[in-house]
Write a protein that binds this ligand. Structure first.
Ligand code: XIL
Length: 616
């Protein structure tokens, strides 16, 4: 697990535009995702000198691992406090960030508790996949168990930016035992790194004496223009007049009756990824109770994936376990979505399938048989199926069988389960800042191809795994428009925000949910797990491992359980009428007057007529 501070950085251009509240111009692919402010250090920093751990500068780092995937050169830099930088062109993507890295062994000893400050300058060159180049700065033990003192993801933009990373040594390292790294095993990108210094202040300074780079995003200010526009759309799209006429048994108006309007369910989908085993086995009470309290929709994180169901993950992964999970959810009023029928790369497919690599006809039949079998087993029980996952970098099957095979997968799913809405799903669509990227272009292209060829594609899934590349709400809305133009509903299928700054994560979560909720095409937001104890990055949006509520958890509770629900009361007028503006969804209406009392259910949808409630 990561330790220390994390976050990132940005170009002065974007920082400055965000300050003035203007929108950034259409960015180049390498424009950086979000602005930063450098925290003011105390006076002591600058007076005290630390021990430099990188005396030879950035040039002393060496490329390590699958070095053939990167081209390393030195470049001359102007108008910066350093004259030379390393230029790293990543030519081929890696499965793990550590597959390719820059490495420098630390010649000096470092004691547990020492206070350190890394200063790093970064810049991206345009031209490759993601919106911005990325790396992760790490200091760790140079052998098993790779004990880390810091692990700090960073994004680079089109301009040089300075990043301060302050951290405390989490253990002692003898001379030569620790290593400093810049991870490079990502998508193709070109990154420049210069001006690297790592100073060890020992115990002479406190962490708080040191400067730090604070992450932020455009549009986070309280008076940002997008907020009022989003509020107006929310009122128009997500609310209706809820009108009640209260009458006595003879049909006469009852004036002065108390009306309590209690929303029992939201029409908009608010959900989480869940683990079926945790819901269906004894124990896990907190997990179960919160799932039921916080969500109306759920997706299984892994229970319906082909690889585990094929037995590659060992015991305990059966369709039966997933179906028990679906039952549990249904009993708690939660609809279940299915994830995922085909994740078409060898690394995400059952091992055995690779044996059919040389026999395309059998391979094709095996994939179709899997879809028919699994979607048949869940027939009528799931509201959605993700038919196809992450086609941008999972395409081994398409490479062998041709892209039209994707159309076949959708047809097979529809045939096996006519009621589930069929989705495509991908990542790096919203995360990573604004602008156009090959990943985003490809998603548009694949969706268009599916529609052109008549695939029964009902809806578009957009994941939303954010890290240092936070995308501001206005850019999120613009990116959503890009996929809304297909006229299909959109669901945010896998929201999370993997940064260390909990206060910022709370702000971002609130703003992201608000923006997505305000977009006409979006019908639901699913987070990818809500608790650190069951989250792929151990950094879930809502609850820490000990079940304490994170600031983002509080923000979610305030927003989704209170502000985006209607719970109001009032009295009927002389005509026996009561009216309020209310969020779409299910209600329990309680009417009482002079001892008589009645509770009735009500569904508030677009075009709902006034409800007549007769008191006996
Ligand atoms: C992840 C799960 O969270 C992990 O537990 C599992 O080991 C790997 O898959 N995009 C997706 C999800 O579509 O299926 C991935 O889930 C996260 C990224």
């Amino acid at each position: 697990m990561r330790l220390g501070l994390r976050a990132l950085a940005l170009t002065s251009l974007v920082t400055c535009l965000a300050c003035s509240g203007q929108r950034a111009p259409t960015p180049s692919p390498a424009s950086a995702p979000s602005p930063v402010a450098v925290g003011a250090p105390t006076g002591k920093y600058g007076e005290v000198k630390g021990v430099e751990l990188v005396p030879g500068g950035v040039a002393s780092f060496e490329l390590q691992g699958k070095v053939e995937r990167a081209a390393l050169s030195q470049v001359t830099v102007e108008s910066q406090p350093f004259e030379r930088a390393l230029r790293l062109e990543i030519k081929e993507r890696s499965g793990n960030p550590w597959d390719v890295q820059l490495r420098l062994p630390v010649a000096r000893a470092v004691q547990a508790g020492d206070v350190l400050l890394a200063t790093i300058y970064l810049k991206a060159e345009p031209g490759h996949g993601d919106a911005a180049a990325r790396t992760e700065f790490v200091m760790e033990l140079g052998r098993e168990p790779w004990s880390k003192s810091v692990s700090y993801p960073m994004r680079a933009g089109a301009e040089w930016q300075k990043v301060h990373v302050r951290y405390t040594a989490q253990r002692s390292y003898a001379p030569g035992e620790a290593q400093l790294l810049f991870r490079l095993g990502y998508e193709p990108q070109t990154l420049l790194i210069g001006g690297v210094s790592v100073e060890n202040f020992g115990q002479k300074l406190a962490l708080s004496d040191l400067p730090t780079t604070k992450l932020s995003y455009p549009g986070m200010q309280a008076d940002a223009a997008w907020r009022s526009a989003a509020a107006a759309r929310i009122d128009q799209l997500r609310k209706q007049d809820l009108a009640v006429l209260v009458q006595d048994r003879n049909g006469n108006a009852v004036a002065g009756a108390d009306v309590v309007v209690h929303q029992t369910k939201q029409a908009f989908g608010f959900g989480s990824a869940v683990v079926a085993q945790k819901l269906t086995r004894p124990g896990n009470e907190q997990y179960k109770q919160l799932t039921a309290e916080l969500f109306n929709t759920a997706v299984f994180e892994n229970n319906l994936k082909w690889q585990p169901l094929a037995g590659d993950w060992g015991e305990g992964w059966t369709v039966d376990v997933a179906l028990k999970g679906v039952d549990w959810l249904a009993q708690h009023g939660i609809q279940a979505r299915g994830h995922v029928l085909v994740w078409p790369s060898w690394k995400n497919l059952p091992r055995a399938l690779k044996g059919l690599e040389k026999d395309p006809a059998k391979l094709r039949a095996a994939v179709n048989a899997h879809i028919t079998e699994l979607a048949g087993a869940t027939r009528g029980k799931l509201v959605h199926w993700d038919v196809l996952n992450e086609p941008f970098d999972n395409h081994d099957l398409m490479d062998l069988l041709g892209e039209d095979v994707m159309v076949e997968w959708f047809r097979a799913a529809r045939g096996a389960d006519p009621s589930a809405k069929l989705f495509i799903n991908d990542y790096a669509i919203l995360a990573g800042g604004p602008g156009t990227t090959p990943h985003r272009d490809n998603y548009e292209r694949v969706i268009q191809l599916l529609l052109d060829k008549g695939a029964p594609l009902d809806a578009i899934g957009i994941q939303g795994h954010f890290d240092a590349g936070l995308t501001g709400p206005e850019d999120v809305l613009e990116l959503l428009d890009r996929y809304a133009k297909f006229g299909k509903p959109i669901w945010i299928t896998e929201y999370d925000v993997d940064i260390d700054d909990e206060a910022l994560a709370a702000k971002f979560t609130r703003d992201f949910y608000t923006a997505a909720f305000s977009h006409p095409a979006v019908q639901g937001i699913i987070m990818w797990g809500f608790w650190d104890g069951a989250h792929w990055h151990r950094n879930a949006p809502l609850y820490r491992e000990d079940w304490s509520l994170k600031p983002a958890g509080q923000a979610y509770r305030d927003l989704v359980l209170r502000e985006l629900r209607t719970d109001v009361s009032g009295k009927t007028d002389a005509r026996g009428a009561y009216k309020t503006r209310a969020f779409l969804g299910s209600y329990a209406l309680t009417v009482s007057v002079a001892g008589a009392r009645k509770t009735v259910p009500l569904e508030l949808a677009n075009g709902s007529k006034p409800a007549v409630i007769k008191l006996d």
